[in-house]
Design a protein around this ligand. Structure first.
Ligand SMILES: [Zn+2]
Length: 143
């Protein structure tokens, strides 16, 4: 029970594993499918530590444009996973991997083109300090 809501402790997508941050955003079959299908991901990224490590690795990419695109892609994937999860749990909308993949591509294009340079100055891309809020119920806080 979190925030007064009774939610199944197992992942809503695969049902086999407890829903942890690392499982939902890194290990689950849905997020792996999205990351593999996304042209920017390769198999070596899939097993690289936990979600914090994924964000840190992307934050440490030396080239600013590549770093920005990688962080945007990762944020879009996590946002889509989070909203697919919530829609499944709270609105009884079945998750759809193809729809999720299309949403990631759409969000990535929009954010890369317009929002990212305005919302996150490069000084905030440090792997040691980052607060990312895109929904009152969704907070990623890396210190
Ligand atoms: Zn799962």
């Amino acid at each position: 029970m979190l925030r007064g809501c009774l939610v199944d402790q197992f992942c809503i997508f695969c049902v086999f594993f407890p829903e942890t941050c690392d499982h939902l955003f890194r290990d689950c079959i849905l997020v792996r499918y999205i990351r593999i299908c996304d042209e920017g991901s390769d198999a070596s990224e899939l097993d690289a530590g936990d979600v914090r490590r994924l964000w840190t690795d992307a934050s440490n990419i030396p080239n600013a444009a590549t770093r920005s695109k990688s962080l945007t892609r990762l944020a879009a994937i996590w946002w889509v996973i989070w909203t697919e999860r919530n829609n499944t749990i709270f609105r009884k909308v079945l998750s759809n991997a193809i729809r999720a993949l299309e949403r990631v591509a759409s969000l990535t294009n929009v954010w890369n083109g317009a929002l990212w340079p305005l919302l996150v100055p490069s000084s905030m891309l440090s792997p040691h300090f980052f607060i990312f809020v895109i929904d009152p119920a969704f907070l990623v806080y890396f210190v």
